[in-house]
Ligand binder design. Sequence first.
Ligand code: ATP
Ligand code: MG
Length: 269
Amino acid sequence: MEYINNKDFLRTRTRPSKFTAYIHKGQAHLEKGLTSKILASLNMHENISIMQIKTPDEKPALLKVNKLKDRSKIIRATFGISRRGTYDGPIAEIANIIDLQHINYIPNIIAYGFIKNRLGLIRKTFLLTDFIENSLTVDDFIKQKPELTWDCIGLSLAQIVKCYDDNFIHLDLWFKNILVNPSLTKSWVIDLEYCKIGSFSSKEAQIGHSLGYFFWYGLSEKINLDDYLAFTKNWLITNKIEVDIKKLMAQVTYAATHEIKRKKKLELF
Ligand SMILES: Nc1ncnc2c1ncn2[C@@H]1O[C@H](COP(=O)(O)OP(=O)(O)OP(=O)(O)O)[C@@H](O)[C@H]1O
Ligand SMILES: [Mg+2]
């Protein structure tokens, strides 16, 4: 079967897709008449369904379907309108994952597309990517093996620095958006709707923000701030990360203790 894997995002977006994927009566429909069993439902609420499925050629895949409800979002999606340099969530996620496909820790796209109504307005988006088997989120890893918490955090810090080296900043990189393998030799970055590719802010600002946010949102419920700051500083030195440590740690401390609103982040990076 042929999946859409067209890197020319805007061209595909403005044309009705031949390929559609949707969830109906407990099955993922991948093409007219072609269905796939759902192996697991990972998240489902009003506007989003995330399913682990198998493609007809038996590949484990992750299907994310977003329903656009808001009228202005439907209009912006249909006409390709961005705001503050970014598309709305589900469209931005597709655009970003396309732009980051050359990176080996980003899941490969199998297909993506847009489901339109009779008026040609986009009502749903879908994204089908490789399912990273034998992986778990940092959150789940720490729950399962609390004795390896700091090893897992070390791997996450390395992943955050890699994102900088690969020229993008993931602005929602909390401990459920980094996947690791059980032996802690590999990591992946998922959920790419909120990214800035090619940011012009300094290395200290970008890495510092990400390291602080990684603690502030989620991890702060599990470990102590002073322990995290001490570990992070020591990790940066031991791993010879070329940065102004004092400047960077000031950024980490700020982001680890303050909420920074979405709009503000888009201005900062
Ligand atoms: N490619 C993948 N391989 C394996 N598991 C994945 C993959 N992508 C996502 N997951 C699992 O599914 C969960 C939810 O995925 P994701 O983070 O993309 O969506 P979300 O945070 O629920 O959605 P949103 O943030 O858009 O509301 C992840 O925490 C992870 O456990
Ligand atoms: Mg997520």
